[in-house]
Design a protein around this ligand. Sequence first.
Ligand SMILES: CC(C)(COP(=O)(O)OP(=O)(O)OC[C@H]1O[C@@H](n2cnc3c(N)ncnc32)[C@H](O)[C@@H]1OP(=O)(O)O)[C@@H](O)C(=O)NCCC(=O)NCCS
Length: 343
Amino acid sequence: MRATVDRPGLDSQGRAPKVQIRRVRKGDLSKVRDVIEQTFGDFLERQLGTRPRQAFGGAQYVHHRWLMEPWGCFVAEEDQSKIVGAAVGVTWGSLGLIGPVAVLTNYQNQTIGQQLVRAVLEFFDENKTSLQGCVTYPTSPKHLYLYHKFGYKPKGLMAIVSRAIERTPMKGLPPRPTKTGLTARRFSTLEEAKKKAALGRVHRITNAICRGLDLAKEIEIVDGLALGDTLLVERGRDLVGFAIFHTPGVSEAPAGALYVKFLAIDPHQRRVEYLEHFVALLEDLAHEIGVQRVILPVYLHYWVAYSTLVKCAYQVDFTMVRMQRGKLEDYEDPTHLVLDDWR
Ligand SMILES: CC(C)(COP(=O)(O)OP(=O)(O)OC[C@H]1O[C@@H](n2cnc3c(N)ncnc32)[C@H](O)[C@@H]1OP(=O)(O)O)[C@@H](O)C(=O)NCCC(=O)NCCS
């Protein structure tokens, strides 16, 4: 479905404004990536005192998200020739996620960021999302102010945690679960006809976590572009849980790491051992593909999940704050075993 912002928009004298918001076109993609990386490079340099060699450590966000949700991606263009900002939105069923949003440093504080956010929110309205989320920098007054203007409220911290994978297991870790009766399959190995049924089973899990939440598009794009894969863990005929992971290349995984975008265990079958089992499987996969680190996202409201990862020797790399607008009450249950990244 499309939003209604592909209009030129004229000022009071009938002139086209200097900077216009329009949808991303295929030919824009590498420029959009440059604008986002340049902007975040500047921002992180101001925050950290040194410029990171790569703003996202080699992770990429633009190309596959645009393929997945072309109507959700917008640019700000000056004089119909120079891209000076961009915003990417995706919908996971009832949940609309915005990010990254970036405006070139020299163009900031001229309301371009707000125009981009507004365009993505219109797109979410068109798609009837009931909840809109993002993550941002908890120490930045500007980010808080900007999202507050659109009705976003801070919810809580999310952490990106990781662990270096050693060849020999570390002492003191929980023993690897062996008698769980679980089996694992990869989505990519299923016959085409079985993939649809698997997506239906995944949807039953996400719907039990948050009504209308649907990750099918994420699973399909990861499969279609071989960005990684989705691990399906079963007990007998029941799907216990799934994990969408990215591996380095042109995906959201930074160089040298296996990165989990979304993992969920069926709330009706939640057992901490199952999450430990998933973590062990993901670490084995990391070994198999020859990367040195596993990166997991965790929203700290999912306290049992966070505590389990700490027990598995995962350390926090950095934290951000989750923001939300729309449906007011929090749906997250602290005992749900969910790892979801809203970046
Ligand atoms: C965040 C970002 C996209 C905003 O874009 P922008 O074009 O500068 O934003 P706008 O000009 O539309 O709006 C900024 C608002 O913050 C206000 N602001 C600026 N500095 C502020 C501060 N220190 N405290 C409070 N408000 C501040 C501005 O006055 C403006 O509000 P107003 O129009 O009501 O006066 C841009 O700064 C950016 O690209 N930053 C680096 C990348 C990034 O952090 N992306 C977002 C990650 S969630």
